[in-house]
Design a binder for this molecule. Structure first.
Ligand code: UGA
Length: 430
């Protein structure tokens, strides 16, 4: 089976490499020649644990190219894994998906299956099918299948190889059996449904997880008011298998390339169809407020940040990735700078990307220690292991004023107190 994958971002590249790992021959296509050259040398253009290792291991099974004619012409399966970024109105920008569909239509010379793996609103697969029909050059049969992915950044490879389910939105028996064959080595249960339901599963799942986070964040806010501890509350809730113990970590809100975009896109889709998704709307609002929660807490100690030396630990939207998309750091740091603070920051992998946005406005440090020296406040935005395992006495020793505002509940309250820290976290009893 010849499989081609359009787009070498998280979805496309990880899918391609995992299919190769399971014995398939895969062609990876991207318009970015720089990325192609890098991948041809065996390097990954994205920071993702285990990915580069598998790219090198499966060198002989993967071809990297920017020649779409070569990639599509005689493929059995073409996977669309290009981005669907957010538009100003909150809807998903489908330009890249449709461009690939058009190129496929103009190129393929034999029957094939086109899989839409990008996260797309309900009805997009139908449009892809229509574009292909309208632009087809050869008289071939091209079937469109919805096959969303559920990988998380930082654990993308293992999430793909050991996925909880493979969702196939198919309109024919033939397409179903070809896809089952492609995934035959994965030993993962299938959910077979129609295309629109498959498209909906992806959004419904992501938005439910976002809701779960916003819910626990609101509970955390209430815990602070009424004097309860969110970690014990989450533990007590999570032991009920109907609720489940995952995605109940309170913090300064969700970020990343998916939850913020997918909640807005589903809300937009509902509104477009004259229906208001009230729960999703609330999740979005709660998240926006949660992101500035630490700044609000800091007002207890300082009226303004003017002239203060501030340490920031963690810039990425979560550990295990260098991705900054919708990270709380991007909301908070500009507020600190605008107010006249001197900001120093450290992140194990996110600093290069942050420097591209803020080259001169903040000082980038080589270690947590260097970041903390002589500071008045320390903000923690990402729970990197290096930060969680950092010795608390060093905060007291290095900072001018050991006020630590922790948005990810990295430390125990008792330990922080013992080490003399003025410590604020999320949803925990003081
Ligand atoms: C998310 C989903 O978890 C994946 O299943 C999905 O496939 C992916 O989006 C996608 O659509 O491509 P991802 O954005 O990589 O994956 O990261 P998550 O681990 O879900 O974290 C998202 C955000 O939620 C992070 O900012 C994280 O800090 C936050 N979070 C997560 C919490 O604040 N609390 C939690 O308990 C869990």
């Amino acid at each position: 089976m010849k499989i081609s994958v359009a787009g070498t971002g998280y979805v496309g590249l990880v899918t391609a490499v995992c299919l190769a790992e399971k014995g398939n021959i895969v062609t990876c296509l991207d318009i970015d020649m720089g990325k192609i050259a890098l991948m041809q040398k065996g390097f990954s253009p994205i920071f993702e644990p285990k990915l580069e290792e598998l790219m090198q291991k499966n060198r002989d099974n993967i071809v990297y190219t920017s020649d779409y004619i070569m990639a599509y012409r005689d493929a059995d399966v073409i996977i669309i894994g290009v981005g669907t970024p957010e538009k100003k109105d909150g809807s998903a920008n489908l330009k890249y998906v449709f461009e690939v569909a058009k190129q496929i239509a103009e190129t393929v010379e034999r029957d094939c299956i086109v899989i839409v793996k990008s996260t797309v609103p309900v009805g997009t697969n139908d449009k892809v099918e229509q574009i292909i029909k309208e632009n087809r050059k050869c008289k071939v049969n091209i079937e469109v299948v919805s096959n969303p992915e559920f990988l998380s950044q930082g654990t993308a490879v293992q999430d793909t190889l050991n996925a909880t389910r493979i969702v196939l939105g198919v309109e024919s028996q033939k397409a179903e059996s070809i896809l089952k064959q492609m995934y035959s080595q994965f030993e993962i249960p299938f959910v077979i449904t129609d295309r629109r339901s498959a498209e909906m599963i992806k959004y419904a799942a992501n938005d439910f997880l976002a809701l779960k986070i916003s819910y626990i964040n609101e509970m955390a806010n209430l815990c602070e008011i009424v004097g309860a501890n969110i970690e014990d509350v989450a533990k007590g809730m999570g032991m009920d298998p109907r609720i489940g113990d995952r995605f109940l970590n309170a913090g300064i809100g969700y970020g990343g390339s998916c939850f913020p975009k997918d909640t807005k896109a589903l809300h937009w889709l509902a509104s477009f169809n004259d229906y208001e998704l009230k729960t999703v709307k609330a999740a979005i609002e709660v998240n926006e407020n949660q992101k500035i929660k630490l700044i609000k807490k800091s007002k207890k100690y300082f009226d303004s940040f003017k002239g203060l030396n501030i340490a920031v630990l963690g810039l990425t939207f979560k550990p295990g990735t260098d991705d900054l998309r919708d990270a709380p750091s991007l909301v908070n740091i500009p507020l600190l700078i605008e107010d006249g603070a001197n900001v120093k920051a450290w992140d194990p992998v996110g600093m290069d990307n942050f420097r591209k946005i803020y080259p001169d406005e903040i000082k980038y440090c080589n270690s947590i220690e260097e970041t903390l020296i002589d500071t008045d406040i320390c903000f923690i935005f990402t729970e990197w292991p290096e930060i969680k395992n950092f010795k608390l006495e060093k905060f007291t020793r290095l900072m001018k004023n050991p006020l630590v505002l922790d948005g990810r509940n990295c430390y125990s309250l008792d330990e922080a107190e013992k080490r003399g820290l003025i410590y604020e976290s999320i949803g925990r009893r003081k």
